[in-house]
Ligand binder design. Structure first.
Ligand SMILES: [Zn+2]
Length: 194
């Protein structure tokens, strides 16, 4: 796997390679690639994760929220595909973190809502379509995490509309900001049926 890399730091320096691989554990026991300046890549990854975790705990400024939102809008597909490629454990970790960061949203995710969703889910929905529904919720979580702005899954046609009731199916879902969702909900209440 690593046989295209120099095996010593000296060799890496001499050949101007960016990384080398000794096959020996670092002082923390990782057998991983090392940067030519000597840093173990696994140690570096842990360090990044710790820094990011710390940063995530800090309150976000309006400017950074705005930048995050812009980044999300420009990199939606990449962020989504990354979320798809994540392990179940990682997903659980993000989900737990999201729940912790969004207590309000979490509370809203009550038994009532689940019942509402279940009732609006047609029996004929395929497993793929059910997975697609889950993906919308993962996307909303990823968007919230990246932007610092809460994103929610919206039912394009509300499940219990005044005139028609929508279904809990992938083609009736959209990831929008919570704010947009509130605006939409208010509009639906304010607008008398024609
Ligand atoms: Zn290490």
């Amino acid at each position: 796997m690593y046989n295209q890399y120099p095996t010593t730091r000296k060799e890496a320096q001499e050949t101007k390679a960016t990384h080398y691989f000794t096959g020996l554990p670092c002082k923390h026991g990782h057998i991983a690639l090392r940067k030519t300046k000597g840093t173990c890549m696994d140690c570096l990854k842990i360090e990044w994760e710790e820094t990011n975790a710390k940063r995530a705990l800090l309150p976000k400024s309006e400017a950074s929220k705005k930048a995050g939102k812009k980044y999300y809008e420009n990199n939606k597909e990449l962020i989504k595909s990354k979320a798809l490629g994540r392990s179940l454990e990682d997903r659980k970790r993000y989900r737990d973190k999201w729940a912790k960061d969004n207590p309000e949203l979490r509370k809203a995710n009550t038994k009532h809502r689940r019942t509402k969703h279940k009732q609006a889910t047609p029996k004929w929905l395929t497993q793929e379509q059910k997975t697609a529904i889950k993906q919308f919720y993962l996307d909303a979580m990823a968007a919230t995490r990246v932007t610092g702005t809460p994103y929610v899954v919206d039912h394009i046609i509300p499940l219990r509309g005044k005139l028609v009731s929508g279904l809990h199916v992938p083609w009736n879902l959209a990831v929008i900001t919570r704010e947009e969702n509130h605006i939409k909900a208010n509009k639906l209440i304010d607008t008398p049926p024609k």
